[in-house]
Ligand binder design. Structure first.
Ligand code: SF4
Length: 307
């Protein structure tokens, strides 16, 4: 079994929040203790085409979250009624369910919001490998990750899928109580880039085998911040990185600060997308702006590009 000091839940520093709490006795900012709580293990067809392909990804949707964004698009899983809609699994139960779902999905296993349960990934994968299951592993994260943890996961993760959310400390504090989000996430994404580089390796069937895809969700009222995020990637990583530029933001049915209680405007969308192309990005997906479709990740309405 894989052991690593950065996975010690008695002094939890699993994610960039670095709470240092004993999760066997109390919950950290992420609201989770030591036992894994999971919302769902299911086939999911809403990821980028290189991940979902035809049959979809076997996604493990972990409950709770280490950011708790005020506008969270998956609020039922990350913040609300988790004890009702989600349930505790043992690692063995989780492995059995993953094996079951992998029978009907592509051979791709996505861990969604994994930062606060990252210590489980080596254990789960060691068991799966020993039983002859070798899915490609996707680490689908908000990027508020610990670099040390990412280094410990290097041999287990095939595709990093971080959502690079904010540049401004003011925004990240107001929306996610994490003034240091950019400082920590940029270091985490640099580590992912060190491990995977700019090349997204795909198999003959088009499914990603290894690489990095950086997502960015455009928020209403935050076009300048989106442009700052994109500039940073172009200047500090490469314009050859695969980017997934998402417009699917929808306002929750609750009071939200600033402009978050509306959809993205055409003007904001066009400004960010134009800037994105002007910077020279040329690989990935740009989501259409369609306010009629207010449901969650749907990459059927994404335009793929590779120039
Ligand atoms: S996973 Fe992050 S937010 Fe949760 S207790 Fe550990 S350090 Fe805190």
């Amino acid at each position: 079994m894989f052991m690593n000091g950065c996975f010690d839940l008695k002094n939890c520093r699993l994610c960039a929040r670095q709470c240092g709490v004993n999760r066997y006795e109390t919950n950290g900012f992420c609201r989770c203790g030591a036992s894994p709580m999971v919302a769902s293990v299911c086939v999911h067809k809403g990821e980028e085409p290189v991940l979902s392909a035809y049959k979809g990804v076997c996604n493990v949707f972990f409950a709770h979250c280490n950011l708790q964004c005020v506008f969270c698009q998956n609020i039922d899983i990350s913040q609300n009624s988790v004890d009702v809609s989600c349930r505790y699994y043992t690692v063995d139960q989780l492995v059995e369910r993953i094996k079951e779902v992998l029978q009907t999905s592509e051979n791709v296993l996505g861990f969604v919001s994994p930062s606060h349960y990252a210590h489980l990934i080596p254990t789960i994968m060691d068991i799966l490998h020993a039983q002859g299951f070798n899915p490609k592993v996707v680490y689908n994260t908000n990027a508020y990750d610990s670099v040390e943890v990412l280094q410990a996961l290097e041999s287990y993760v095939d595709v990093y899928l971080p959502d690079f959310k904010y540049y401004s400390p003011d925004l990240s504090y107001r929306y996610s109580k994490a003034a240091d989000y950019f400082s920590k996430a940029s270091k985490a994404i640099k580590e992912m880039y060190r491990q995977k580089g700019s090349t997204l390796i795909t198999a003959d069937d088009g499914i990603a085998q290894s690489g990095l895809i950086i997502r960015h969700l455009m928020l209403p009222g935050c076009a300048n911040d989106s442009m700052d995020v994109l500039s940073w990637i172009a200047e500090n990583l490469s314009v050859n990185v695969h980017i997934s530029l998402m417009s699917q933001y929808f306002p929750l049915d609750k009071p939200l600060p600033d402009s978050l209680n509306r959809f993205l405007s055409d003007e904001e969308y066009n400004r960010v997308v134009d800037y994105f192309y002007d910077l020279g990005f040329h690989r990935g997906w740009v989501q259409d702006l369609d306010r009629e479709l207010t449901y969650k990740p749907d990459f059927d309405r994404m335009e793929a590009f590779e120039r």
